[in-house]
Design a protein around this ligand. Structure first.
Ligand SMILES: Nc1ncnc2c1ncn2[C@@H]1O[C@H](COP(=O)(O)OP(=O)(O)OP(=O)(O)O)[C@@H](O)[C@H]1O
Ligand SMILES: [Mg+2]
Length: 331
């Protein structure tokens, strides 16, 4: 089996009594584009800092392209491009000057260095500010310079900690398009809070909460989950509801009135097949008017809320969340 691009085994990190990362295990295959999601304080940045060798783990292991983050940090750094949560600012440097300095530091060959810098500036749309002092850039532009920096040495693995933070909606769209484009040639792990946007680009999503992985699923598997159908039907609501409930493909029906004889139904299907035509055909034979048929797939936002809220439900119910013995050895 090919070595995974990112291999994390039982990784934990505690800051004193705060368990920021708690026994995290996952692998990312070469070329995969993974959205790393979680509420504030979930442990995303801590995890990413460990993977990029900027922070030692309390216990556990991580390898990037087969290199150990603890013992082979120089090799690891050569194969990653990292956009940290807060981009370091060298305020007195101009954008091009800064990128040239970073390219040299990263060992980008002198021959072709200028072309590489131009290429990365174009990709991250910072060419128009190349002669500006970093201290005079807006947050969004600084973020884009950080992204260009991460791409300079054309590393196989990219780790972006909230690449869209501080960007306006247009820039968010553009940055996500850049990430998607990079996804073909690089392995990418990126964290974000903008779920509807992630939906457009990711191959796989990992949700972390309170330092633990709560969800790990591919887009393909999420897209194949049982769908709901949204049906607006003109007809006697009670009779239509009863009829829908009788259909063998239907697991549950919810009804909400729109007008006197028009009702919005949300129908859950029993399996993953698409029953739209079958249901529409049978509704027509009853003489009822079908105003809308739509498939509703679970959104990332719904999945996220479901995963993260389960925790709050446990806590609110009065039974304290289960605690486990501290497995972390003293640092
Ligand atoms: N240097 C530190 N010292 C002490 N505690 C820390 C430190 N850095 C992070 N933490 C704590 O570790 C936990 C995880 O923080 P982390 O920054 O990894 O979360 P995050 O998922 O990146 O959150 P956000 O979405 O807000 O960026 C939090 O409880 C945070 O307060
Ligand atoms: Mg963070």
């Amino acid at each position: 089996m090919q070595t995974p691009a990112i291999n994390v085994q039982n990784l934990s990190k505690n800051y004193g009594t705060v368990q920021a990362v708690d026994d995290v295990t996952f692998q990312v295959a070469h070329g995969e584009l993974v959205g790393f999601l979680g509420p504030n304080g979930a442990g995303k940045s801590t995890c990413m800092r460990i993977l990029t060798t900027w922070l030692p783990a309390s216990s556990g292991y991580a390898w990037l392209n087969g290199y150990d983050v603890m013992y082979q940090s120089m090799e690891v750094r050569k194969c990653i491009g990292y956009l940290p949560e807060s981009v370091p600012v060298y305020g007195e440097m101009r954008v091009r000057e800064y990128l040239a300095y970073r390219a040299k530091l990263k060992g980008v060959e002198r021959r072709g260095r200028t072309a590489r810098i131009d290429n990365c500036m174009a990709k991250c749309r910072v060419k128009e500010v190349q002669n500006r002092l970093l201290s005079t850039l807006s947050k969004g532009y600084r973020q884009r310079v950080g992204l260009a920096d991460a791409l300079l040495a054309d590393p196989p693995i990219l780790i972006f900690d909230e690449p869209t933070s501080g960007l306006d909606p247009v820039q968010i769209g553009e940055t996500l398009a850049t990430i998607k484009e990079l996804g073909g040639q690089h392995t990418i792990l990126f964290s974000t809070h903008v779920l509807p946007e992630v939906e457009k680009v990711y191959d796989r999503v990992i949700i972390i909460d309170k330092g633990r992985i709560k969800y790990d699923e591919t887009k393909k598997a999420i897209d194949a989950q049982e769908a709901s159908y949204l049906l607006d039907i003109r007809g006697p609501a009670d009779a239509v509801t009863a009829f829908l409930r009788e259909q063998p493909e239907v697991a549950s029906v919810e009804a909400a009135p729109i007008e006197s004889d028009l009702t919005a139904f949300e129908v859950r299907s029993r399996d993953r097949k698409d029953y739209r035509e079958a249901l529409a055909g049978r509704i027509a034979t009853k003489g009822w008017g079908l105003r809308r048929v739509e498939v509703k797939r679970p959104s990332l936002e719904a999945i996220f809320n479901n995963v993260v809220q389960q925790r709050y439900q446990v806590e609110v119910a009065g039974s304290p969340a289960p605690t486990e013995p501290d497995k972390t050895p003293a640092a």
